[in-house]
Design a protein around this ligand. Structure first.
Ligand code: ADP
Ligand code: ADP
Ligand code: ZN
Length: 220
C-alpha cells in the first residue's frame, strides 16, 4: 500500500498515519518529523529548514524533495509493503517529484486521502496539541489527555508544545496550506486517486473510514 495523507495542519495526518502503518506493516514517513529531528540535532539540513519552520512557511521544494528521496530509498522502505506519507507532498512541484521518483522504480501511489476538518476545529486541535519529547507520541490537552498532566503515558517523557503551534504561527500555516497545498487536491483528483474522509469524528472512526477509502483501490 502506497498512500499519501493530505490535509491542513491539525487534520489528524500524524495520528492516522501511525494507525495505518501498524495496520498494514508499512513505513510512516513524516517530513515534519524528519525536519524536527534535523532541527533538534542541529544538522546542516536542520539549519537550512529552521527559519521556515519557525515562521510557519514551507521549506523550499529542492531541500524537502532531497530529504524525502533519501528517506524513501532506504532499505526499510524498499523492503516493506509500502509507506504512508504524512506531510509530503505539500506543493504541486513536490507532487510531480514524487511521481517521478516512484516511476523510476515502476511504482505508483494507490491512494491520496484528503482529511477534511473545519478551520475552527483545526485551531483548537493545534493549540492544544502536545508531543512527547522522547517517543514523539501525540496528545491533546482536551481530546486525548495523558493520564498525568505533562507526562507521556507510554514512556514517561515530558510533553511539549511545538513552537509552531502558537496561534499566530498556526494562522500563517493555515494560509500557506490554502495557497500552496490545496492545489494538490485538483492534481490528485485529475489522476483519479483522490478520496475524501471526514476528519471531524472520533480518531478510530476516521481510521476506519481511511482504511475503507484506501482499500477502495485506485479506480474507485
Ligand atoms: P502539520 O502538523 O502542520 O501538518 P508538519 O509537522 O507536517 O506540520 O510540518 C511542520 C513544518 O515542517 C511545516 O510548517 C514546514 O515548515 C515543514 N515541512 C514539513 N513538510 C514539508 C513539506 N513537504 N514541504 C515543505 N515544508 C515542510
Ligand atoms: P496533523 O499531523 O494533521 O497536523 P495530528 O495528528 O498531529 O495532526 O493532530 C493534531 C492534534 O489533534 C493532536 O493533538 C491530536 O491528538 C488531535 N487529534 C487528532 N485527530 C483527532 C480527532 N479525530 N479528534 C480529536 N482530536 C484529534
Ligand atoms: Zn513518550
Amino acid at each position: 500500500m502506497r498512500l499519501v495523507l493530505l490535509g491542513p495542519p491539525g487534520a489528524g495526518k500524524g495520528t492516522q498515519a501511525k494507525e495505518l502503518a501498524q495496520q498494514w506493516q508499512i513505513v510512516h514517513i513524516s517530513t515534519g518529523d524528519l525536519f524536527r529531528y534535523h532541527l533538534a540535532h542541529d544538522t546542516p539540513l536542520g539549519q537550512s529548514a529552521k527559519e521556515y519552520m519557525q515562521s510557519g512557511r514551507l521549506v523550499p521544494d529542492n531541500i524537502t524533495e532531497a530529504m524525502l528521496k533519501d528517506r524513501i530509498e532506504r532499505p526499510d522502505v524498499l523492503e516493506s509493503y509500502g509507506f504512508v506519507l504524512d506531510g509530503f507532498p505539500r506543493t504541486v512541484p513536490q507532487g510531480r517529484a514524487l511521481k517521478a521518483l516512484l516511476e523510476e522504480r515502476q511504482e505508483r501511489l494507490d491512494r491520496v486521502i484528503l482529511i477534511q476538518v473545519p478551520t475552527e476545529v483545526l485551531l483548537e486541535r493545534l493549540v492544544g496539541r502536545r508531543t512527547c519529547s522522547l517517543c514523539r507520541a501525540n496528545y491533546h490537552v482536551r481530546y486525548h489527555p495523558p493520564k498525568v498532566e505533562g507526562i507521556c503515558d507510554r514512556c514517561g517523557g515530558a510533553l511539549l508544545q511545538r513552537e509552531d503551534d502558537q496561534l499566530d504561527t498556526v494562522n500563517v500555516r493555515l494560509k500557506v496550506y490554502h495557497q500552496e497545498t490545496e492545489p494538490l487536491v485538483a492534481f490528485y483528483e485529475e489522476a483519479g486517486i483522490l478520496a475524501r474522509v471526514d476528519g471531524n469524528q472520533e480518531p478510530a472512526v476516521v481510521t476506519e473510514a481511511t482504511i475503507r477509502a484506501a482499500e477502495g483501490g485506485p479506480h474507485d
